[in-house]
Design a protein around this ligand. Structure first.
Ligand code: AHR
Length: 496
């Protein structure tokens, strides 16, 4: 086994909170992400609560999901909210031009989203249409949702079944305005962001964050312009960065399962680029906003592979393995290192699309390895980051190279110190020495997530092939902790 070292500073001079919204979700009107994945309708034979899949609702509740972003994605800038209110049998059927020209019957609309998030207990992140709708359309949507009784819009909401106003926590001002949201130049997008931000209002008591459409990856030119021209009008800037080949031709060669060690390393190395992407964006944001008032919200991230054979390629349905769980765990560790600026993130996407937490097939739902990565980290939400220094070796396969060990440590709101350790080596275990400075905890317990193969996954036949198990072999003596991590594993230790 290889040997690596971690040092944790248990008593940092400055406190950095790991915002709970880092564990957010994204759900777009795309493929089977919502229809089938969340919404089956009240008359379905699939067990449901008022039309929402019971197993998905229960799985999300167990994760304490912080927030859900909806309705897109690219879909958001073609969405007109009035299509999705009132009696379902009278809602218009539209063409989903972004995702395969399939029909969108709008059965899951505004009130369905509000009720679903209430059931799950998640905050709401609404992506408002800037690309093809007026500011007043967005303003009226927000009033329809949040206005107290009395106005015509509030009365309309009440007639549609919800007399009480709903809350909204985050307002996205368009999506990918440089692409599917309107193919804009950054300066024009920044001007429009100022204009829309002026009119997109909810009651002050909701403290909703206004989030501008940000760059993709390391495009700092977009960030420069947005920050220079619009930072005084916004509370957050979004960032999208997927674990995917830059060249679309190569996406078709990137498989969710059946890959070799080189491909294992390629994917984890691409995911690790999130670290340098965030640093590059932070440098620009620091220039215009040194007090870090404006948050960086990574509202789309995750693996993007070739869709599963035999499925509609526009629906972005892919399998999910222990490798995806490691992409998630190492990404969470990166977010923890950037927690002072990164105060929200939404994995793409929650159900049946890209790096999903749930895959459904008829009445069957499986929780993916990525679901279990979220489960391992869920108690980090809102805790304080304990600075962590990792000394590790590199693994090289083909032209790709990754660090073998990833770690993060957080003191939870419950006072428990949680140390996450990921061994990215697909074959070798890693013996890790941890030095705990400034910590007086004396007991350790833990859980491990691993799988018997690089592409170990959960299926209808074996829904629990990859799920956390107790981890008993960490040894704590004084301020030293010794842990041997099996290959391809994430271990979450709790120190009390
Ligand atoms: O998540 C799928 C798509 O990826 C989103 O609709 C878009 O914002 C991004 O390009």
């Amino acid at each position: 086994a290889a040997a690596d070292h971690v040092t944790i500073d248990g008593a940092p001079r400055t406190k950095t909170v790991l915002d709970r919204h880092i564990f957010g979700q994204f759900s777009e009107q795309l493929g089977r992400g919502i229809e089938d994945g969340i919404w089956v309708g009240p008359d379905s034979r699939i067990p449901n609560i008022d039309g929402f899949r019971r197993d998905v609702v229960e799985g999300l509740k167990a994760l304490h999901v912080s927030d859900i972003r909806w309705p897109g994605g690219c879909f958001a800038d073609e969405y007109h909210w009035r299509d999705g209110i009132g009696p379902r049998d009278r809602r218009p059927v539209r063409t989903n031009t972004n995702w395969g020209d399939t029909t969108e019957d709008n059965a899951f609309g505004t009130q369905e989203f509000m009720r679903f998030t209430a059931l799950v207990g998640a905050d709401r992140y609404l992506a408002v249409n800037l690309g093809s709708a007026s500011p007043s359309e967005g303003a009226e949507w927000l009033q329809y949702i949040t206005a107290p009784h009395g106005s015509t819009l509030a009365n309309e909401r009440s007639t549609n079944g919800d007399p009480q106003p709903w809350t909204v926590s985050m307002i996205g001002i368009g999506n990918e305005l440089w692409g599917c949201g309107g193919t804009m130049e950054a300066g024009y997008a920044a001007d429009l962001t100022r204009r829309y931000a002026t009119f997109l209002k909810v009651p002050d008591s909701m403290h909703a964050l206004k989030i501008a459409s940000g760059p993709y990856g390391d495009d700092t030119a977009w960030t420069e312009t947005m920050m220079r021209h619009a930072s005084d009008q916004i509370d957050g800037l979004s960032l999208h960065f997927y674990t995917m080949p830059k060249d679309w031709k190569h996406v078709a060669k990137s498989h969710a399962t059946g890959f070799d060690q080189t491909d294992w390393t390629r994917v984890l190395s691409m995911a690790a680029q999130m670290d340098t992407v965030l640093s590059a964006q932070e440098r620009v944001m620091d220039k215009y906003d040194p007090s870090r008032r404006v948050a960086l919200i990574v509202d789309e991230w995750g693996t993007w592979y070739e869709p599963e054979p035999g499925t509609n390629p526009h629906w972005l349905f892919q399998q999910n393995t222990i490798r995806d769980a490691l992409v998630a765990s190492t990404t969470f560790d990166i977010f923890a290192r950037h927690a002072a600026r990164v105060r929200g993130a939404n994995i793409a996407q929650m159900v049946n699309v890209l790096q999903a937490l749930f895959l459904t097939d008829g009445a069957t739902t499986i929780r993916t390895p990525t679901y279990w990565a979220f489960d391992l980290y869920k108690n980090d939400q809102g805790g304080s980051v304990l600075p962590t220094r990792v000394t590790t070796h590199r693994l090289t396969h083909g032209s790709w190279s990754i660090e073998a060990l990833s770690a993060s440590a957080v003191r939870g709101r419950d006072g428990v110190v949680r140390l996450a350790l990921t061994n990215t080596d697909p074959e070798q275990s890693d013996a890790v020495d941890v030095s705990l400075s400034g910590l007086s905890e004396r007991n350790v317990s833990g859980r491990i997530l691993t799988g018997p193969a690089m592409d170990a996954r959960n299926t209808a036949e074996h829904p629990d092939a990859v799920r956390p198990a107790p981890f008993e072999s960490a040894v704590l003596s004084g301020n030293a902790l010794q842990v041997t991590l099996p290959p391809r594993s994430v271990v979450m230790l709790e120190l009390r």
